[in-house]
Each structure stands twice: as structure tokens, then as C-alpha cells.
Design a protein around this ligand. Structure first.
Ligand SMILES: [Zn+2]
Length: 179
């Protein structure tokens, strides 16, 4: 089907003579192609007419800047999470690799019995430790025990947080050098 000149008439938006209008109406009633063009165009025109172009409210640019900063912060946080995630993944892979090498160099039975014996040993050691603590408690007054426990606990916390902070620093530095 020949769509010219009807396509041009629709798209140009120029005023048409009454005979051209009749011709166009006749063509539109039989041509889905030109009909869809006309409907799409009038839809866009309706949209433009109905939308109100308001001037930006005061503080718009400032809010926009804040939004951009937030987005940047989010991206940075996301990258840090990615870094921590990768650290975790690598730790898991190394552990799996370690266990895999154990299984390859030793027979599975040896590995399992080794793991079991070390677990049992750990249980024995825990029991020994509890016994030791009981004996300790018997001879050493409670405040000193509490002070030692608190001291070692805070040392563990300090070491752990130091490790976390160093990982965090490295991750944020990695982001900064990327910018
Ligand atoms: Zn047509």
C-alpha cells in the first residue's frame, strides 16, 4: 500500500484542504500503518499538552547535589561490601583448598579421624581449662580473675576491631584511587 502523501500530511501537521482531509480519512480507515502513526502522534501531543512544566522549586539544585552525594556514598559503600564479600569468598576458597589438599594428600578416613580426634582433643582441653579455671577460682580472688578476663576480652576486641578497621581502610582507599 502506498502511504504517501498521507504519512507526510500526518507528520508535518500542516493544515490540509477539505479534499485532502477526506482523502486522509479514507486512507486512515483502511490503513493500520498510518492509523498507528496518527494515534501515536496525537498521544504524544496530548502528553505534552497535559504536562505542566513547572520551574524547579527553591533548593532544587542543592537537593540534587545532596542526592548525588548520597548516590556516591552508596556506590562507595557497595564497593566496600564487594571488597568484604571478596575477602570472605577468598577465605572460603582458601579453606576449601586447604581441606581439599588435606583430602588429596591423606586418605579421607585419615582426615575425618584427624578432625574427630582434634575435636575430641579440643573438648578435653576445654574440660581441662574448666578444671583449671575452677582451681584458679579456688586460689585467686574473683576480682583479679574478672580483671584478667576483662583484659583479655578487650585485647581480643581491640585486635578484631583493628583488623576490621584496616580492612575497611584498604577497601575505601581502593575506592578513592579508582576515582
Ligand atoms: Zn498508509
Amino acid at each position: 500500500m502506498e502511504h504517501q502523501p498521507f504519512e507526510n500530511w500526518i507528520l508535518s501537521g500542516d493544515p490540509l484542504t477539505p479534499s485532502q482531509l477526506t482523502e486522509l480519512d479514507n486512507h486512515l480507515s483502511i490503513c493500520p500503518h498510518c492509523k498507528s502513526i496518527q494515534e501515536g502522534l496525537s498521544g504524544v501531543e496530548d502528553l505534552i499538552r497535559s504536562s505542566t512544566f513547572e520551574s524547579p522549586s527553591p533548593g532544587f539544585s542543592r537537593r540534587f547535589a545532596v542526592l548525588a552525594a548520597q548516590r556516591e556514598e552508596e556506590a562507595r559503600r557497595l564497593q566496600s561490601y564487594f571488597f568484604l564479600g571478596w575477602t570472605l569468598v577468598i577465605t572460603v576458597i582458601v579453606s576449601i583448598g586447604y581441606l581439599g589438599t588435606l583430602f588429596l594428600t591423606q586418605s579421607p578416613n585419615e582426615v575425618i579421624s584427624g578432625l574427630m580426634s582434634s575435636t575430641i582433643q579440643a573438648a578435653f582441653q576445654l574440660d581441662n581449662m574448666l578444671q583449671m579455671v575452677k582451681t584458679w577460682m579456688h586460689y585467686i580472688p574473683l576480682p583479679i580473675t574478672l580483671a584478667i578476663v576483662a583484659g583479655s576480652a578487650s585485647l581480643v576486641v581491640l585486635l578484631t576491631s583493628g583488623w576490621i578497621i584496616s580492612v575497611w581502610k584498604v577497601s575505601t582507599q581502593g575506592v578513592k584511587t579508582n576515582e
